[in-house]
Design a protein around this ligand. Structure first.
Ligand SMILES: *Cc1c(COP(=O)(O)O)cnc(C)c1O
Length: 382
């Protein structure tokens, strides 16, 4: 179906930050499959884990456990560092958020089922996660959506407070809005939200699907503000490209899911979790947050010289460059991203005037220089 439009390339091979298409053309991947392949393509440890597990045992269903589930859940709980909690595995980000919404509803009970999220947020494409996504133009063709969702302006405490009636059971936020334009929340905002939710016994769900596993220079985006969420949702980079999602919830919240409340045929299977285990262990071994902060500094330093960049926003290796009007000429962000692709650089237009850059954590100084030189060339050729 045509829900993505016509794809501009067919890729056949990847290594680190590089991708080759079916005509042998080399590209620099500064998008990472949308903040997914954070260790780079064909990472040796992840490749070996997938190959070994595929040759051993792939799937047994959730009627049984496998040897990776408990260790991966423990790794996630340690990194989340938000007190004792439990993990539920899923297959994608939308499923993780869907499960988090169900968990919040079960915990809070009927009548306290409303989830408040932010305008310009992105939480997924299933009906409930689309309803949580604060982009009304995406809702229109699919009305009526499930009820019980409300949106407020992002990063404004008073706006949020006004929306919190007794029917509200959860607030769902991204620490940096990824799809909505790479908009970081202020630390003071997240701290205030945490306090308000605490006072009113509202669950705070942090959607860390795009920001998790070091991407922003902390293990999870909320950690910059020092808060402890009640529920955290994960996917994207969790297994470096193997489809895995997860929900972490603090113990007493997690405890309200009993047998039969939720399920998935594939979720948590041995092959997926072997990939997640190798990926997360690799992030820990490399100290991903420190590596990301170092690479962020290199990338920002190189971008500072570029004519036509109005400002750079974001955190860690989840950045957007806002293009000044003069440098864009009559071109849209999408056209500029397309011109970069034709020069061998992959990034995307996250708004009509901004490009998102999210390279792998392993990106080198030489690759940064090459990528930014391409952006410079494209901006000059207006
Ligand atoms: C990508 C994304 C999702 C949806 O994840 P899928 O795996 O595409 O379902 C949800 N929330 C955020 C913040 C995301 O970036």
């Amino acid at each position: 179906m045509n829900n993505y439009g016509t794809p501009p390339r067919i890729f056949v091979k990847g290594r680190g930050a590089e991708l080759w298409d079916n005509e042998g053309r080399r590209h620099l991947d500064f998008l990472c499959g949308l903040a997914v392949t954070s260790l780079g393509h064909a990472h040796p440890a992840v490749t070996a884990a997938i190959a070994a597990q595929a040759a051993t045992l792939t799937h047994t269903s959730n009627l049984f456990a496998n040897e990776h589930q408990a260790p991966v859940a423990e790794l996630i709980s340690e990194l989340i560092d938000s007190g004792p909690g439990q993990v539920l595995f899923q297959n994608s980000g939308a499923e993780a958020n869907e499960a988090a919404i169900k968990l919040a509803r079960k915990y809070q009970g009927r009548g306290r089922h409303v989830v408040v999220s932010a305008l310009r947020s992105f939480h997924g494409r299933t009906l409930a996660t689309l309803a949580a996504t604060g982009q009304p133009e995406k809702h229109e063709p699919f009305q009526p959506l499930p009820e019980g969702f409300r949106h407020v302006v992002f990063d404004e405490v008073a706006e949020l407070e006004r929306a919190l009636g007794p029917e509200v059971g959860a607030v769902m936020l991204e620490a940096v809005q990824g799809e909505g334009g790479v908009n970081p929340a202020n630390d003071a905002y997240l701290q205030a939200v945490r306090t308000i939710c605490e006072e009113r016994q509202i669950l705070l769900i942090m959607d860390e699907i795009q920001t998790g596993f070091g991407r922003t220079g902390a293990w999870f985006g909320y950690q910059h503000s020092g808060i402890a969420p009640d529920i955290v949702t994960l996917a994207k980079a969790i297994a470096n490209g193997f489809p895995v999602g997860a929900v972490w919830a603090r113990d007493d919240v997690a405890a309200c899911f009993g047998p039969g409340d939720h399920g998935s045929t594939f979720a948590g299977q041995a092959l997926a979790l072997a990939a997640a285990r190798a990926t997360i262990n690799s992030y820990i071994q490399m100290d991903a947050p420190a590596v990301v902060r170092n690479r962020e500094a290199a990338l920002r330093a190189r971008l500072a010289d570029v004519a036509g960049v109005d400002h750079v926003r974001g955190r860690g290796l989840l950045l957007a460059i806002e293009l000044s009007d003069g440098c864009r000429g009559q071109r849209t962000g999408a056209e500029i991203a397309r011109a970069c692709l034709d020069q061998g650089l992959i990034l995307n237009a996250v708004t009509p005037t901004a490009l998102r850059i999210a390279p792998p954590y392993t990106v080198t100084d030489a690759q940064i220089d090459e990528a930014v030189s391409i952006v410079e060339r494209v901006l000059e050729a207006r």
